[in-house]
Every structure is written in structure tokens, then in C-alpha cells.
Design a binder for this molecule. Structure first.
Ligand code: GLY
Length: 347
């Protein structure tokens, strides 16, 4: 795959990335926030002068069939053909929905992702998962379709508030846990209270390299790509639980999901206690706690059974036997899952 470019000069890299894809019309998709905050950083690039702008509403509530239809309409009315090129400038919502729009318009046109949040840099924009939410279910409809280029410019990191840095950082912690002890230690040692942006930029590169390596081996998630689901079986349930109360950012749910699933790693696949304790300490210190009680356990268990990855009777987890020792297709009983939720609450 190797189509990810870490850039410190978006003018040059984007000009080259556009030139590398033969195209007739060029379209630029933003949401209302990235139009205001991120587009100014690229608007004077000469090759973008001809781009037809498309702007959609910001946040996950707009990741819908109606918005997708608006993007298809804009591509069609703008004279898009099978040889057109779409650039997606935004967070995961824009790159997921824009990637799906591109992959289906005229049976598929080329697209370039320029992720502007830490979460989309290290996860959503890389790996070719595209889609929309449908009938109340997240990412229910979509396709696997690789972008021509993912252009990561770490200047965008400076536009992010602390919760959004932390949200992306949880996926980086996951990448550390599935790679090497050195990578994981570097993440635990990074000072999130006084951010060294050039260092964070280099760490983004290391993090994306972990994901790229796995996706290249298994692009359609038949096997090892499931490693990227670490923390997500519990995390998605916690995220859905919070949705009807006080919504939380995806990465916070992943961080708390990692606590539950590292507990399962220790009890079921012999993950060593010390790195688990370090991870839990780091997550508690930076992400705080989620106010669940034991009355919430049945609902959380039910939400886990609804996850796309699971069947009615088994709940699938990716666990670890140690840092980088990946064990896919593990299951846990209701009792074990309840214990992991006790651990999340009490430590
Ligand atoms: N976000 C996990 C994956 O791309 O497979």
C-alpha cells in the first residue's frame, strides 16, 4: 500500500500528489469546520485554484445517506466523470463519507485524504474503510477502497484542542500495544501536558506505519487486521452507552475499552501485569473515569453482542499475550466481561 506521506510542506506534497493522478475535474470536500480552520492553510496552492468546493455539515450526525446524496449531486452537477479526483480535507467523518462517495460515484473515482484530526491521521484516513451511518448504526454501509494518497501534515495538529488530541492518542496507544515494548514506552513517556509538536509528528509517523503494515498484509480484515480492534469491542459498547446520556469522543471510549480488554488479556492470555498497570495508570490520569455502575452491565453486554464483529452468542475480542503478541478471535463469557467492567470502575 505505502501511500501515506508525512509532510511538513503541504504545498509541495499536495501539488505532487495531485499531479500524480491523471484527472479531468478536481473536487475538494470539507465540512463547515475544516472549511473555516483548515482550508486557509491550502487555499493558495495553485493546483487547487481549479478545484470545485463541496461543503457538508460537521460532526458524525451528518455522516448520513442525505449528506452522501448531496456529495454525489455536487460531483454530478460539477461535471464529474470517471476520471475526476476528489480531495477529502477533514476528520474521520469527511474522509469516511468522502471516500465512500468517491468509491461509488461513476463506479469509483480516485480520492486523496488529507486528515486534519489526530484520530483521522492515525486511524480513519488510512486503510481504506469508507462508509456512512445508517438506521442508527455506525458505519453500517460502506466499502473497502484505498485512497490514492493519504497526506498527513502535522501542522493541523496545532488546530486541535486537548480532548481531540487525547482522542487520537488512544489509537496511538493501541498501535503501541500491538507493536513493540519500545514503541509503547515512548507513548507512555510523551508529555501530553506540554506538547512537543515536532516529536508528536514523528510519533504519528511511527503510529501510522504500524497500521499500514497490518493493512497491507490483510486489507479486507480476514485475519491480522483484527489486531486493530484491540480495545474496540468494549470501547464501542461504552461509546454507544454514552450516546444516550453524555456523548464521549471515540478515543476516550477506546482508552476505557483498552482498560477492560487489558484486564481480559491478563486473565485469559497471560499478558504481564506491569505493562497493564502502566497503561491503566496513564489512561486514568489523562482520560479520567466513565461513570458506569453495575446496573449498566446488562446493557453494555447487549451492546457488545450487537457489534458487527459478533454473532448472537459469542463476543469476539482481540487480545494480547504480551506487547506485540496478538491473539485474534478470542471470546469471553458474560461473567468475564462483567469482571472487566468491575476492573474499569475500580482498578
Ligand atoms: N479502525 C480499524 C481499521 O481500520 O481496521
Amino acid at each position: 500500500m505505502h501511500n501515506v506521506i508525512i509532510s511538513t510542506n503541504i504545498h509541495d506534497t499536495l501539488t505532487q500528489a495531485i499531479a500524480a493522478v491523471e484527472h479531468d475535474k478536481l473536487f475538494l470536500l470539507c465540512d463547515e469546520t475544516t472549511r473555516q480552520l483548515c482550508f486557509p492553510l491550502v487555499q493558495d496552492i495553485p493546483t487547487l485554484a481549479a478545484a470545485i468546493p463541496i461543503t457538508i455539515g460537521a460532526t458524525d450526525t451528518h455522516k448520513t445517506l442525505d449528506t452522501l446524496s448531496d456529495v454525489w449531486t455536487a460531483l454530478s452537477q460539477g461535471g464529474g466523470t470517471r476520471h475526476s479526483l476528489l480531495i477529502n480535507l477533514g476528520g474521520g467523518m469527511v474522509t469516511d463519507l468522502g471516500g465512500f462517495a468517491a468509491s461509488t460515484f461513476k463506479r469509483g473515482i480516485a480520492y486523496i485524504n488529507i486528515p486534519t484530526t489526530l484520530l483521522s491521521m492515525v486511524d480513519a484516513s488510512v486503510g481504506g474503510k469508507t462508509g456512512i451511518n445508517f438506521n442508527g448504526l455506525k458505519n453500517e454501509v460502506g466499502v473497502f477502497s484505498q485512497p490514492r494518497t493519504v497526506l498527513i501534515d502535522t501542522h493541523f495538529l496545532r488546530t486541535l484542542d486537548r480532548p481531540n488530541i487525547l482522542s487520537g492518542y488512544a489509537e496511538m496507544l493501541k498501535h503501541g500495544l500491538i507493536s513493540t515494548p519500545e514503541h509503547f514506552a515512548a507513548l507512555l513517556n510523551f508529555d501530553l501536558d506540554s506538547i512537543d509538536y515536532p516529536l508528536l509528528g514523528r510519533m504519528v509517523g511511527d503510529s501510522v506505519a504500524v497500521k499500514e503494515r497490518i493493512v497491507t498484509e490483510d486489507p479486507l480484515e480476514h485475519g491480522i487486521r483484527k489486531a486493530l480492534n484491540l480495545g474496540h469491542t468494549a470501547g464501542h459498547a461504552l461509546e454507544s452507552w454514552a450516546l444516550s446520556r453524555q456523548p464521549i469522543l471515540h478515543g476516550y471510549a477506546v482508552a476505557w475499552g483498552l482498560i477492560c480488554e487489558l484486564y481480559l488479556c491478563c486473565t485469559k492470555t497471560n499478558f504481564p501485569t506491569e505493562p497493564m498497570r502502566q497503561a491503566v495508570r496513564f489512561i486514568r490520569e489523562h482520560y479520567g473515569i466513565l461513570p458506569i455502575t453495575c446496573d449498566d452491565y446488562p446493557e453494555l453486554h447487549q451492546l457488545m453482542t450487537h457489534d458487527k464483529k459478533n454473532t448472537a452468542d459469542t463476543i469476539n475480542f482481540t487480545l494480547l499475550g504480551g506487547i506485540g503478541d496478538i491473539r485474534i478471535n478470542q471470546t469471553a463469557t458474560r461473567e468475564e466481561i462483567y469482571e472487566s467492567l468491575d476492573f474499569l470502575r475500580e482498578g
